[in-house]
Every structure is written in C-alpha cells, then in structure tokens.
Design a protein around this ligand. Structure first.
Ligand code: PEP
Ligand code: MG
Length: 313
C-alpha cells in the first residue's frame, strides 16, 4: 500500500534507449556535465539544447530531472579547472564553480529552458552548502527565463527547482531554503564521503564506512523527518540506492523516491514488492534503539527474518 517510485540515473543520451527495459518511472538524475567531459571544446548552447531535447524526447512523457553542471572535484575539465587544489573534492567545484562561471552557467540554463519548449522543466543544483548558493542560482535561472521570454521563447509550463544535499551542513539549513526550493535530492556518494571524511575515489578508504550504520542512519532519518515537517519533497540518488539492503533502509526511513543506476531497478523493485514495510519498520527501529554491534548485520538478519528479497547470491 505504499508507493515507492524508482527512477534511473543517466548522463548520456544512449542511457535513455533502455528506459523501458529498466522499468524506471523516469530519470531522477541526469548528469549534464558528461556532455562537457566527453567533448574537446565547451559544448555550444545549440549542442546543449539538442542533447536536452533528445533526452526529453526519449523519456516520452516520463519525468526527467536535469542536474546542472557538476564540474570540478573528480570531474575536471582541463581547460577550465586549471588551478591545482590540494583537496579538489572540497574545492572549487559544483555550484561553487558554476556561480563563479556565470557565462557558462547561464548558457546552460538558457539551453535547458529552450529545450523544455514551453513544457515542464525540472532541474537541481549540485552540492549546495549554504542557502545563499541556492538563492543565487535560482535567481540566475529566473533571470534567464525572463530573458528567454523577452526573446520570444515560452517559459516552462511547470518549473520545479531543487537542491542536492551532498554537504552535511545543508541539512541544518533546510528551513531556510524550503520556501524557494521545490524539492531536495540527497546525493549519497558525496554526502557519505563528507560525512565520514572518506574520499570516494580512494580504494583504501571508500568502502571502509557504512551507510547502514548508526550515525549515517541517524543523520538520514533527521533529513527525512525535517523535510516531511517542512512539506519539502525529498528523494535520494547515488549508487547506494541500487543496493537492495541500502534501499530497504532508505524506504524504512521514509524516503519514497529513489534514483539509481539502471541495473539496480530490477533487484530493488523485487525487494520493495517483498517487504511488509510497517512490520519491518517497527522491528528496524526497535533494533536501532538497542543495537550496539554491526547494524548492517542486524538489518540483514532482520530482513531475512521478514522474508525480504535481497538478491543475495
Ligand atoms: C552523489 O554525489 O551522490 C551524486 C549523485 O552525484 P555524483 O555521483 O555525480 O557526484
Ligand atoms: Mg555528487
């Protein structure tokens, strides 16, 4: 009786060829920076428009959520992100870089507005840390919509503007962005790297800390409850959503919209269909109060007791 919406992550147009096969309800994260990363020169506005139009057309009426350029960090454009940084993941990247590169950013916003052709447009800004960054990015978007209108282009019929929660600090400013933001999307890849101070690119430490652990679950529960209290829709993207056990924890915490790599949709859908969420939730929080061992092992045992299908080999 609980609707769980499963979407897929994408970044290239050819990802969309298999939307039907995956069983996804739409694209919950389209990584627009891929077009920049695979090209030798900066993609022109008309090239960006062409890609976004093709993506919208391939989705055939299903929702597509565009994430504005997330450059810097592990996604470096040699000609743009020139200066060497000691800690690029913590450096001049994502929305920080976009707000400082207004020509590039505004051209992208223009391309997204044009590609929507007066239809719905959903977009979100990556790695926002403070409310100001969101307010500034949104103001640029509104300016671009106004400018496009003055040039005779129809504004989006339905505009949805969200913020990616990837820096833990933003979790404590949600009340300040709730008025201007239509939704929040949690990027667990970056969020967990910052939460545990563990570089997602380092093979030595990237798997050392666990999302299914008491501190991370407590943090995500806080975000889920805070968003609910503010009537702010919240979704989750990031690789963790594709793992049935992780996805089970996320829906138990109240998240209802997950976006994941395509291969996760089938196994996660199977898990969702096999779980009695109310019964599992009671047992989960019971265990959460009393546990002091490996919470992952406890959740795994609980899931097996409850007959949850986890795609285990
Ligand atoms: C994330 O950080 O979880 C995310 C979805 O963005 P990316 O992996 O592209 O940084
Ligand atoms: Mg990220």
């Amino acid at each position: 009786g609980t609707d769980i919406i499963l979407m897929r992550n994408a970044g290239l147009r050819l990802d969309l060829d298999y939307l039907d096969t995956t069983g996804a309800e739409g694209v919950g994260l389209f990584r627009t920076e891929f077009q920049f990363l695979v090209s030798d020169t900066l993609p022109r506005v008309d090239e960006q428009i062409a890609l976004y139009e093709r993506v919208i057309a391939s989705a055939a009426g299903r929702p597509v959520l565009f994430r504005t350029v997330d450059l810097g960090g592990d996604k470096v454009l040699p000609n743009l992100n020139r200066q060497r940084e000691e800690n690029p993941a913590l450096g001049w990247r994502s929305i920080r870089f976009a707000l400082d590169s207004q020509g590039l950013f505004r051209r992208q916003l223009r391309a997204l507005i044009r590609a929507a052709r007066g239809g719905p447009l959903a977009l979100m800004f990556p790695m926002v840390t403070t409310p100001d960054e969101f307010i500034d990015a949104r103001a640029l978007l509104m300016k671009e919509i106004e400018w496009s209108e003055s040039q005779g282009f129809a504004p989006p019929s339905d505009l949805s503007v969200g913020v990616m929660l990837e820096a833990p600090a933003l979790a404590y400013s949600l009340d300040e962005i709730a008025e201007g933001a239509d939704f929040v999307s949690i990027g667990t890849n970056d969020l967990m790297q910052f939460f545990f101070a563990a570089d997602r690119m380092s093979p030595q430490v990237s798997t050392r800390y666990d999302l299914i652990s008491r501190p991370a679950i407590r943090f995500l529960r806080y975000v889920s409850e805070t968003c609910d209290g503010l009537d702010l829709p919240v979704s989750i993207c990031g690789e963790a959503t594709a793992e049935p056990l992780e996805a089970l924890c996320l829906i138990t915490l109240g998240f209802r919209r997950l976006s994941m790599p395509a291969g996760g949709i089938g196994p996660v859908k199977k898990m969702v269909r096999s779980v009695n969420l109310e019964a599992f939730k009671t047992a989960f929080f019971d265990r959460f109060q009393t546990s002091n061992g490996s919470f992952r092992n406890e959740v795994l045992a609980l899931a097996r007791d409850h007959g949850v299908e986890l795609n285990e080999s």
